[in-house]
Design a protein. Structure first.
Length: 241
């Protein structure tokens, strides 16, 4: 795994946004794998600026998201579908028909997982953006998820629910389940970039990069990816040296 340590969040965001820019300039029809959460927001802000300044266009890009909460409609302000519109899609020239995210309110979650897994087979990601959970999760693949997993419904761990509660009024409002892309599907992306910012991620970053490859830290599987870059700010990288 290639590791880039940056001075701060803004520098981390700029490096990742430039990786997206390069990918889309090289292939205007690129498929991007996108993450939600706080970490990629700075990168998405820069992508909106690049698009506004006509440095890049999303007109032919496809975007495939990692995960969605079970029980939240796409118009719920806490849903990841809403997050993507608010933080990126509404301000770039992407075609809504080319954006994909699991449906957390599907009548049959099993059928929805199968539908999404099939879709992922047709949309191999040229670049997959990942955030990192404090417990080492990628997507919502929590510790001890098998490395050969495909899209599935997950019971979020108490840690993840507590971490995500900062964005909700109260911890009791945080959904306890999500649909997530599986680890084997994440690993099929041609290129992966994993971002981490802040001291709260330092232990997970260490385990991802220096730790043993084990399902106990799902992100450690990225050591096996042939083209994976970790872009970290100084605080997230603090335990590496
Ligand atoms: C989000 C996702 C999660 C987050 C992770 C970090 O789509 O899949 O793995 O990337 O929980 O979240 P933040 O960035 O909020 O610290």
């Amino acid at each position: 795994m290639r590791v880039i340590v940056t001075e701060n969040y803004d520098e981390m965001s700029k490096i990742v946004a430039e990786m997206v820019l390069t990918t889309v300039q090289a292939n205007p029809r690129a498929t991007l794998g996108l993450a939600t959460g706080s970490t990629p927001i700075g990168c998405y802000k820069l992508l909106k600026e690049f698009c506004r300044d006509k440095k890049m266009s999303f007109a032919k890009v496809s975007a495939v998201n990692l995960d969605e909460y079970v029980g939240l409609d796409k118009d719920d302000v806490q849903s990841y579908a809403y997050f993507m519109r608010r933080h990126l899609f509404d301000d770039v020239d992407i075609d809504g028909d080319n954006t994909f995210i699991p449906n957390g309110t599907a009548a049959s979650l099993a059928d929805e997982c199968e539908r999404y897994a099939n879709l992922l087979q047709s949309y191999r990601r040229d670049l997959q953006i990942l955030g990192l959970g404090g417990n080492g999760h990628i997507g919502f693949n929590e510790p001890n998820t098998p490395f050969d997993s495909v899209t599935h419904v997950v019971d979020l761990t108490p840690n993840t629910i507590a971490d995500n509660s900062r964005l909700f009024g109260d911890v009791s409002e945080v959904p306890t389940r999500a649909i997530t892309m599986g680890i084997s599907e994440i690993m099929k992306a041609k290129k992966v970039v994993v971002l981490a910012s802040g001291s709260g991620k330092a232990r997970a970053v260490y385990n991802m990069i220096r730790g043993e490859i084990t399902a106990a830290c799902p992100a450690s599987v990225l050591q096996r990816h042939p083209d994976c870059t970790a872009v970290l700010d100084k605080s997230a990288a603090a335990l590496l040296n």
